[in-house]
Design a protein around this ligand. Structure first.
Ligand code: NI
Ligand code: MN
Length: 220
């Protein structure tokens, strides 16, 4: 599988020729080629996560997977959706994905309710990775460790709306992952961090910091 960081909490994953997007808020990469997308995962309704999901789904026929209420909202725009609940697992041609709890809020830009927020656990090609969405540190991460045994986590570190660096380091410990890709930082002032602090603290806890510049790609 090939993973590309698209900035903020957005990622592209290529598995077996399938193209998957997570939280496609693409302001940091406006020239990104969003053609030929198969599946889009959206962790919650906030605009920095829903991003261009509906536009991309319309243009490509990609199916949006999201919590039931958010999926229903997207379906009104005529796009294909998988509405799911927390704890549900969906089988795709390229792997399995489960929706897991996130402790945050979820509303549309006009303030209407967007369903509960979530994270996603991807089981792909024998590897397990966890995209936390926006969340606080939570004991759910111990349950995710025990039940899914993730190898890798994408964790928000920017604070103000989510975990900060210290909490994310604790999350990595509770999740039992060997490596962490930091996300949801330095997009705007309120989530600015010194990424070297993350790098140092995560190493001190014996984990590998996978700091990805925007647009960078990694093979797993
Ligand atoms: Ni949010
Ligand atoms: Mn956010």
């Amino acid at each position: 599988m090939r993973l590309t960081y698209l900035g903020h909490s957005a990622f592209e994953i290529i598995i077996d020729g399938y193209k998957i997007l997570i939280d496609p808020f693409l302001v940091k990469l406006p020239d990104y080629n969003s053609m030929n997308v198969n599946d889009i995962f959206v962790t919650h309704a906030h605009s920095d996560h829903l991003g261009s999901a509906i536009e991309i789904a319309k243009a490509t026929g990609a199916k949006i997977t999201a919590i039931y209420e958010l999926a229903n909202y997207c379906a009104k725009f005529g796009v294909r959706t998988n509405g799911i609940g927390l704890g549900a697992k969906i089988n795709y041609k390229w792997g399995k994905v489960s929706a897991v709890p996130a402790f945050h809020s979820s509303s549309f830009i006009d303030g209407t309710y967007g369903g509960c927020p979530c994270g996603f656990v991807f089981e792909v090609e024998g590897k397990v990775f966890y995209h936390a969405g926006d969340t606080s540190l939570s004991s759910e991460m111990k349950a995710i460790c025990e039940y899914y045994e993730p190898d890798l986590a994408m964790l928000p570190i920017g604070g103000t709306f989510t975990m900060d660096i210290e909490a994310a380091v604790k999350a990595a410990e509770w999740l039992g992952v060997s490596a962490v890709i930091p996300m949801h930082y330095n997009t705007f002032d309120k989530i600015s961090v010194n990424i070297e602090d993350f790098e140092r603290q995560i190493r001190q806890h014996g984990k590998i910091p996978l700091i990805m510049p925007i647009g960078a790609t990694k093979e797993f």
